[in-house]
Structures are given as structure tokens and as C-alpha cells.
Write a protein that binds this ligand. Structure first.
Ligand SMILES: *Cc1c(COP(=O)(O)O)cnc(C)c1O
Length: 375
């Protein structure tokens, strides 16, 4: 018997609330006076599925999207093929030699991240006799992508380097915006403001803030904001309650329950040991599903209102939880791993990481259920 496509026997379900994503985009947009918010949907929409996420955001009114890779830009162009006007798609990782015609043909905007990339795009524009759109990224404290200080000064001194390019955005990226008290926040804001005053004016304007910097205040908003992670429900900082709506929940059904009566060990490395009567439930979730191994012996799960600790090491395909307090439950009963009792950030805290990593690690083996939205 062959199951229909898309069907899965997986006992673990990842639920993605698309309406919450749309609401989160509006919440972020409405924090700015100018109400111009792009959306970052890199890494497959932060692991939640590029197509449903992007369609939902476009239906909510978002017309400008950022991805990291050219491949994702092409995928997104395909997803939006039936939308007119087609939302704008900017590829942040930068222009590689030979890729110019791909950007032009699919109407993708490259982010120009150094002087060489500016030259490549300018040469191509001249050759095809078209003024093609692009964003200019200036580094202000990440030492990652973008023009460095010297390169930015070169463009300020020789603005003709941009002649023939349809410059749409000037952008930069914040290093410490999730720590509102960090002194780099103001330094980068000032450096970017200075650059945007002295560089040629882009058609759409300047953009600095991703999710966290949107909450630093109007000085960081410039003409556009460019949030990612908060769209997916992750907190912008740890300073107060999370203003975003939760988007993701993860539930699994118990495979098996082991009643242990004598002293016994649980899992690889025998890292957990039970001394007396204990019930251990096994779930089909492991590090191969993005349930990080660092959650071993520290994470929590919930059965209804009851907290059940993850005990023993996280295996590739399985975890074990102590359900001693719940004598009634057995195979097939649901356990919540991300949900109303603990959000993505709580799980990230338990794993010693950030919500971004939890989201983008979410596995392909989960059954995925989308609720709401335009998917
Ligand atoms: C990832 C990224 C964003 C979005 O950041 P969030 O913190 O997820 O909002 C914006 N701009 C650049 C350059 C990025 O790399």
C-alpha cells in the first residue's frame, strides 16, 4: 500500500500558525512611523517552509523579501510567479562572478557587498544597457558582508562607481541589537546615519534594523526595517515579555512506556540512572530532527499541565522522558515539546542556544501542519 504524497506516518507534528506570522509582521511594521517592513525568509523561512511563509506574508501586504542564497531567490521567484506585481526579492549573500544574468533574468536584486561586486554589476548593466536594481550593503560592525570603512569612503569619494546601477536600498546589519544596553547599538546607528548622509541616495531608502533593532527605537528605523526571526515568534531581546505571537508548536506521540522497578540506566552513556520505581516514555524525536543533543538531561516536555523532564541523552531518533507522575499515560498519548507551556526561546535556553538555531534545525521528518494563512 503506497500512501499518498505528503502523507506521513510520523508520530511527531510541527504546527506552524501562519496567521501568527502575518500578525507578527504587522506588529513589527506598526512599530515604525513609516510602516515600511520587508521580511527576511532566508533558510527556508527560518525552517518553517519558504512557500507557505512567503505567501502568507505577501498576502498580508509585504512586498519586499530578503533571502541569503541565490537558489532561495530563484525558488521564491517561482513561488511568486502568479503574483502581480511580483514582490521584490533581494539576495543578501552578494553577487558572484557569472551570476549577473541569473539576477537579471529573474528580476532578483543582488546585495552588492564589496567594490568588486559593484564593478561586476555596473559592467553588466552597461553591457545589457539596462539600469538594474541592487542593494548596497555597508558593514558597520560585523566584519562579515558589506563594504568595509575604506571601501565605503571610496564610493563616497567616487560616486560614479554606482552610475548605471539602479540603487534601491542602502543597508547594514546590527551586531548587538538583542542587548538593548550595548554601546555598539548607538555606535552602529551613528555610523550608518553618517554613511547614508554621504552616499548616493537609494530609491527606496536606507535600512538598518532587523528584528531586535526594531525595538531599539525610531532612530534605528530609517526608511525600512528588515526583520526575520520575530516574524516567527522568537523574542527580540530578553529585557521584557515577548511581544510577538507564538508561531510554532511541536507535539509527539509516545511510542513506548518502560516501567522500571529496580535500579537501571537510561540511554547512551548511562548518563541518567533511576534508583526506584520509574516510568520512562520514549518519543520519536532525536538530534537528527533538530532536537539538539545539548537538551540531554535538561529539557522539559509537557503532558497536559504536567511537566515531564527529558532524561538521558538525546539519541539520533529518540528521546526519553520521565512520566512517573502520570501512571495513566501510555503509547499514543501526546507530549508537547514546544507549545503553550514553553516557547521556542525556552527550549533554546535549555539547549544553551538561541531561538534561531532551534527553528532552523527543525527536522524534515516531522509531519507539518499549517494553520491559518494563505497557504
Ligand atoms: C538574518 C539577517 C536579517 C534578519 O535578522 P533577524 O535577527 O532574524 O531579524 C536581516 N539582515 C541581515 C543582513 C541578516 O543576515
Amino acid at each position: 500500500m503506497t500512501p499518498p504524497t505528503g502523507f506521513t506516518y510520523s508520530p511527531t507534528t510541527l504546527t506552524v500558525d501562519l496567521d501568527a506570522i502575518a500578525d507578527n509582521w504587522r506588529i513589527l511594521r506598526d512599530r515604525t512611523a513609516h510602516k515600511r517592513a520587508a521580511a527576511v525568509v532566508k533558510a527556508d523561512g527560518y525552517g518553517l517552509g519558504l512557500a507557505p511563509v512567503a505567501r502568507t506574508l505577501a498576502a498580508a501586504g509585504c512586498d519586499t523579501f530578503f533571502v541569503a542564497h541565490l537558489d532561495a531567490g530563484l525558488e521564491l521567484a517561482e513561488i511568486f510567479a502568479d503574483r502581480a506585481p511580483r514582490p521584490r526579492i533581494c539576495v543578501m549573500n552578494g553577487l558572484m562572478p557569472g551570476h549577473e544574468p541569473v539576477y537579471a533574468e529573474h528580476d532578483l536584486w543582488p546585495s552588492l557587498n564589496d567594490l568588486g561586486q559593484i564593478d561586476l554589476w555596473r559592467t553588466y548593466c552597461r553591457r545589457v544597457e539596462r539600469k538594474l536594481p541592487a542593494a548596497l550593503h555597508c558593514d558597520t560592525g560585523m566584519s562579515r558582508t558589506g563594504l568595509d570603512r575604506t571601501e565605503a569612503e571610496t564610493v563616497i569619494g567616487e560616486p560614479e562607481r554606482l552610475t548605471g546601477i539602479d540603487l534601491r536600498f542602502l543597508m547594514s546589519h546590527m551586531a548587538c541589537a538583542d542587548t538593548p544596553s550595548h554601546k555598539m547599538n548607538r555606535e552602529q546607528q551613528q555610523r550608518f546615519a553618517d554613511l547614508s548622509n554621504r552616499l548616493p541616495k537609494p530609491a527606496e531608502g536606507a535600512m538598518l534594523a532587523a528584528s531586535s533593532a526594531t525595538f531599539l527605537g525610531p532612530d534605528w528605523h530609517f526608511d525600512w526595517i528588515r526583520p526575520g526571526v520575530c516574524l516567527y515568534g522568537v523574542r527580540p531581546n530578553t529585557d521584557g515579555p515577548n511581544p510577538m505571537r507564538p508561531v510554532v508548536s511541536l507535539e509527539s506521540k509516545i511510542l513506548q512506556v518502560r516501567q522500571i522497578d529496580a535500579p537501571e540506566t537510561v540511554g547512551y552513556g548511562a548518563s541518567h540512572r533511576v534508583e526506584g520505581p520509574t516510568r520512562i516514555a520514549t518519543l520519536a524525536v532525536g538530534y537528527a530532527d533538530g532536537y539538539l543533543r545539548s537538551l540531554s538531561n535538561t529539557a522539559k516536555a509537557f503532558v497536559g499541565e504536567a511537566e515531564v523532564p527529558v532524561v538521558g541523552r538525546v539519541s539520533m531518533d529518540l528521546i526519553t522522558v520521565d512520566v512517573s507522575g502520570l501512571p495513566q499515560i501510555g503509547p499514543g498519548d501526546s507530549v508537547s515539546l514546544i507549545g503553550p507551556h514553553q516557547d521556542v526561546d525556552a527550549v533554546a535556553d535549555q539547549a544553551g542556544t538561541i531561538g534561531y538555531e532551534i527553528l532552523t534545525s527543525l527536522g524534515a521528518r516531522y509531519a507539518r501542519r499549517y494553520i491559518g494563512g494563505a497557504a
